[in-house]
Design a protein around this ligand. Sequence first.
Ligand code: ZN
Length: 69
Amino acid sequence: MNEGDIAAKEADAHLSATINNHRSTKYALPVMGNCHNCYEPIAKPKLFCDDDCCIDFEKRKRMNIGKSL
Ligand SMILES: [Zn+2]
């Protein structure tokens, strides 16, 4: 195993940690009565109308973080 392999492995570990944390990340967001991804009004105090919106939001957030670096 060379240094590049080790770096790739660490990046993978970081990514899966981010995915595993996504439920706790959700609860750090304010409840605004609308989906945080598509802005559809949602009756219950949820952050996203469904899991797809949650995943899309997390993906976009990761992309934005990548751009700012
Ligand atoms: Zn939505």
